[in-house]
Design a binder for this molecule. Structure first.
Ligand SMILES: [Zn+2]
Length: 291
């Protein structure tokens, strides 16, 4: 990359957009009331809601990385192909949203390997990125990055270095790093800022839906200025699906978190998309595989 064609030198892409492609009934917050074996009983909405994201990205000239569940890819292979055809990066979110820190090394290798193969067979492109369900690569899974590198992934975006009741490790690094000595494999944590002696997430999720848009934009700008790699934002297709069926059996806390401000999400998302120039994670890390 550079100025060889007479145009200005490429500016390092500072904002990377990501979507975790899973349906409303597959989220971790509902996993205590919805067994995986029951998933096939729910009507799939992820195809329609992901296509809504694709249209929104087109309207803002944004490109993104789609971390996709193998379970979803099997049931909607056309969606996988459409993500690629519309210029986005296809990446892996594991097969069925089992957290990495709830698997053995061997089970994780099987799960991640199967999902990578499935996504590549459907799409015909190499899949180099991985995001763990619930940001669940942590100190209890020291083998996880080695496994990902062994099966051919080149980066992970599985770290959310904050204190949170469901995920995160406030002691984890907030800047992109190479977790395996002597290897090029990269961990690219989602965006955070250090302010007033505290680590604050500005990466997305329920916190984004709860916060004023102006604050989210200010924090994202600050994150990009303070991180050496890209500031990575994430959300889920079900967050732009306000009419999704309600899961009545879930706990009040889970329901408050899941359904919070869903109606406002498309407007807030559009605000974020127009505020910054968003791209794919593989491009931001300069890892795009030549075709
Ligand atoms: Zn997920």
């Amino acid at each position: 990359m550079g100025a060889s064609n007479g145009t200005a030198a490429t500016v390092q892409q500072k904002f990377a957009l990501s979507v975790d492609v899973e349906d409303y009934f597959q989220v971790w917050a509902f996993s205590d009331v919805i067994a995986r074996s029951a998933w096939d009983g729910f009507p799939l909405r992820v195809g329609a809601s992901t296509r809504r994201c694709l249209d929104l990205f087109d309207a803002h000239q944004a490109k993104a990385t789609f971390f996709t569940l193998g379970w979803v890819a099997e049931r909607d292979p056309g969606l996988v192909r459409e993500i690629v055809a519309r210029g986005h990066e296809l990446a892996s979110h594991g097969y069925d949203h089992t957290k990495v820190n709830q698997q053995s090394r061997a089970a994780f290798r099987e799960d991640a390997g199967k999902t990578k193969q499935l996504l590549e067979d459907i799409s015909g492109v190499a899949v180099i990125g991985y995001r763990a369900a619930g940001f669940s690569i942590d100190r209890s899974t020291p083998w996880a990055y080695e496994v990902l590198a062994e099966i051919g992934h080149r980066y992970s975006s599985s770290s959310h270095p904050i204190a949170h009741d469901h995920y995160g490790d406030p002691a984890a690094r907030r800047i992109c790093y190479r977790p395996i000595d002597g290897a090029g494999f990269v961990e690219a944590p989602v965006a955070t800022v250090d302010m007033f002696g505290k680590r604050i997430s500005c990466a997305g999720g329920g916190r984004f839906r709860a916060s004023p848009l102006a604050l989210s934009k200010a924090l994202m700008k600050r994150a990009a200025a303070s991180l050496e790699g890209p500031a990575i934002f994430y959300f889920h297709p079900w967050e732009v699906d306000p009419d999704q069926p309600r899961i009545r059996r879930a706990s009040l806390k889970s329901k408050l978190r899941h359904y919070l401000n869903l109606r406002a999400m498309p407007r807030k998302l559009a605000g974020m998309l127009s505020a910054f120039h968003w791209g794919r994670i593989d491009d931001a890390l300069d890892l795009r595989t030549p075709i």
